[in-house]
Ligand binder design. Structure first.
Ligand code: CTP
Length: 398
């Protein structure tokens, strides 16, 4: 599924060193099958020349309000017509200020004002310029005006300083555009997820855990946000970055995960249990480090509560989705989990196909049978799971 094919984007480039990343972005978009029209400001052209963008996109670049290549002479109106989005990257502090005030004194600002497509901006500037109250005021205004702000990131800056203000990298901007293009099938819905492993302590330094990376749960949280949902993610101990706009609650043990889940459950439309919750925990936790001089030991374990089954058993249960990672007999075990835990949907996979990696091969098990998905990376699979569950929710409402 290629969300870019046949879509047209307008890329606005203002005067910043990060313009070189936009050249790379234009190449990624063109390679993905999108049409790209680049609008270069006078300052932008000091950093990357029009010829570069023309070669990468296969289209001549737009630079002047008075360009007569468009029949009616109104490039500032026509360029945004039919575009999937207008992205200004890099967007300088000066450009954000002009946009916030509705100025229209060159082709790009005029185009932004006259656009009839969504506008996204990727700020790029020195840390102090970004943190300056004037810039922050403008950013608040731009958000209120419905403009999406992508980044900026924190890192080393061209000026030699370190801090927030770096433009996102080209692949990150590409991902942001990809997310932006997703159908908003969960608009207005609230989704709660669990993800990652749990860690059941034995003593102050040791514990029982498993090798769940959390990647699938985080990819699903992101896919739910992309689909327009308000997302809360209860995460076991993982080092993954929190997806944009996700409210994350970090927990360690299964009991903490259960508590955070139940606390956040009221008002949720969907619950997705992705976490590899430890089925057992040590009966007691030693206050001090266990010494090996103590000789052989038996470990007494007690069962942890099944969070997903508990949620799905409630009278006010949301749409419940579970995961079944099995080492054999996938269909048998996944179906047993779906029926046993009273789930609306089970996402099944064979452990050897996915654990810890970025790709996976999964099958969706619902009341009407098994629906295998084509192998794909976890981000793409997450989008397909979201599309499937949204369609099911819609159907069960009808
Ligand atoms: N799950 C949960 N709480 C638990 C155990 C599992 O919420 N204590 C959820 C998982 O998040 C997953 C589903 O239940 O969505 C299946 O988890 P899994 O560990 O595969 O299944 P179990 O029911 O524990 O069965 P088994 O370990 O015997 O395969």
């Amino acid at each position: 599924m290629n969300a870019f094919r046949g879509k047209r984007f307008v890329l606005g480039v203002t005067g910043g060193v990060a313009a070189y990343k936009t050249a790379e972005l234009s190449r990624l978009l063109a390679k993905a099958g999108a049409e790209v029209d680049v609008v270069l400001t006078e300052a932008g052209s000091r950093f990357v020349g029009a010829v570069t963008f023309q070669a990468l996109t296969g289209h001549p670049v737009w630079q002047s309000l008075w360009d007569d290549r468009i029949g009616n002479g109104m490039a500032h109106i026509e360029l945004s017509r039919g575009a999937a989005a207008l992205l200004v990257a890099p967007a300088t502090a000066d450009f954000l200020a002009r946009l916030a005030h509705g100025l229209a004194d060159d082709l790009l600002t005029t185009l932004c004002l006259a656009r009839d497509c969504p506008l996204l901006v990727a700020p790029a500037m020195n840390r102090q310029m970004w943190e300056n109250p004037a810039t922050q005021r403008n950013v608040v205004q731009l958000r209120a005006d419905g403009i999406s702000i992508l980044g900026p990131a924190t890192g080393e800056q061209a000026c030699g300083e370190y801090g927030i203000g770096r433009m996102l990298e080209a692949p990150e901007l590409f991902d942001e555009l990809h997310a932006f293009l997703q159908p908003k099938v969960l608009a207005g819905k609230r989704v709660l997820l669990t993800a990652g492993p749990t860690f059941e302590p034995l003593d102050p330094v040791r514990g029982l855990t498993n090798s769940s990376s959390g990647k699938m749960g985080f990819a699903l949280a992101r896919a739910c946000v992309e689909a327009g949902a308000e997302v809360t993610l209860v995460a076991g101990p993982v080092t993954l970055a929190t997806p944009h706009s996700v409210c994350r609650i970090d927990v360690r043990t299964a009991l903490q995960m259960r508590e955070a889940t139940l606390q956040n459950l009221p008002g949720q439309d969907v619950f997705i249990g992705v976490a590899a919750v430890a089925d057992y925990r040590p009966r007691s936790v030693e206050a001090h480090k266990i010494k090996k001089s103590a000789g052989p030991r038996a470990l007494e374990l007690v069962a942890n509560p099944d969070i997903l089954a508990e949620v799905a058993a409630r009278n006010d249960a949301p749409f419940c989705v579970g995961f079944a990672a099995e080492s054999q007999d996938l269909e048998k075990h996944a179906e047993a989990k779906r029926i046993g835990k009273k789930l609306d949907l089970v996402v099944g996979n064979l452990i050897q196909d996915g654990l810890g990696s970025d790709t996976n091969r999964i099958t969706l098990f619902a009341a009407d049978g098994a629906h295998p998905l084509l192998p794909a990376d976890k981000a793409e699979l997450a989008r397909q799971i979201v599309a499937f569950l949204a369609a099911r929710m819609e159907k069960s409402r009808a």
